[in-house]
Write a protein that binds this ligand. Structure first.
Ligand SMILES: [Zn+2]
Length: 175
């Protein structure tokens, strides 16, 4: 069979397909002689398929990890324990949101402002009201209760949730 130096294009006649890289006697270039074209094409296809598959798997792994990170609890967790109503002197009914902010981390955290979000049945945000809980600092494992009277709500409120605002979440593990 004939092989050709990839660099200077000198042709050589050899008996067998070399399994190790060959060195050109003219220019000194060393190269691996490619296998028969057909087999090579199949290998190329297989290699690119493998690359594609691993790229897909890698993407899925990254997305899964990303979702897991999103779902992971922050150092502080706000939860609503009850929603009641109260009627003021002028007969207007207000929604009262009761809940707690708990520090689930092992560090002391400042309590951020809370945002009470009202959404309709399609998860569309109807109102957002910000307020400050009574505590300013939470020890590890401590929690503070909040009790917030909402401004009059529009019709169609189906869900009320509490969010922590401007929570300074530490980057990485600080143990
Ligand atoms: Zn050469």
């Amino acid at each position: 069979m004939k092989i050709k130096c990839d660099f200077c294009k000198t042709e050589y006649d050899i008996d067998n397909m070399p399994s190790t890289p060959v060195k050109c006697a003219i220019c000194g270039y060393t190269w691996q002689v490619a296998a028969a074209p057909r087999k090579n094409a199949w290998l190329m296809f297989f290699a690119s398929l493998c690359a594609l598959l691993s790229a897909i798997i890698f993407t899925i792994a990254v997305i899964t990890q990303h979702q897991a990170k999103q779902a992971a609890q922050g150092p502080l967790v706000a939860s609503i324990s009850g929603i009641t109503t109260t009627t003021d002197d002028s007969g207007v009914t207000h929604i009262v949101v009761k809940g707690t902010v708990t520090n689930v981390s092992d560090q002391i955290y400042g309590v951020p402002d809370l945002l009470i979000v009202s959404t309709d049945e399609n998860d569309k945000v109807l109102t957002q009201q910000k307020f400050m809980p009574s505590a300013t600092l939470l020890d590890s494992g401590a929690s503070v209760e909040f009790n917030h009277i909402l401004a009059p709500q529009p019709n169609g409120v189906k869900k009320i949730s509490a969010k922590l605002l401007n929570l300074d979440i530490p980057q990485g593990d600080k143990k």
